[in-house]
Design a binder for this molecule. Sequence first.
Ligand SMILES: [Cu+2]
Length: 127
Amino acid sequence: MKSGLIITSSLALLASLTACNKQPEASSATTAPASSKSTPKSTGDADAVVHGASTGTITAVDLAKGTITLDHKKIPALQWSAMKMGFSANPEVLQGFKVGDHVSFEVDWDGKQGTLTKLRKGSADCC
Ligand SMILES: [Cu+2]
């Protein structure tokens, strides 16, 4: 039953890529090159966490669940173009933030899920 395992992990990888590229359109942001293909950085199921930083606008935040949705700009370290996507975060990190805030943030991406490690109001290159 090894093939079952392989298929499962491939699907997981696919799902994570899809999640990240879900909404590549940008409402008002810069024209991002649609061709920038995000290649998976991790080599497997090791805990290869990639750290990235960028700026964006909060479009949803849920302190109780510890989730936040950002319309974020490019994240070069992760080879991501601008997009809108959800992250998880410690509720303490989200405290005091609301929809519409322009923020700069740092994120740890484990290949499946992005976790915000830092969130700050204001961003030099935004708005
Ligand atoms: Cu993203």
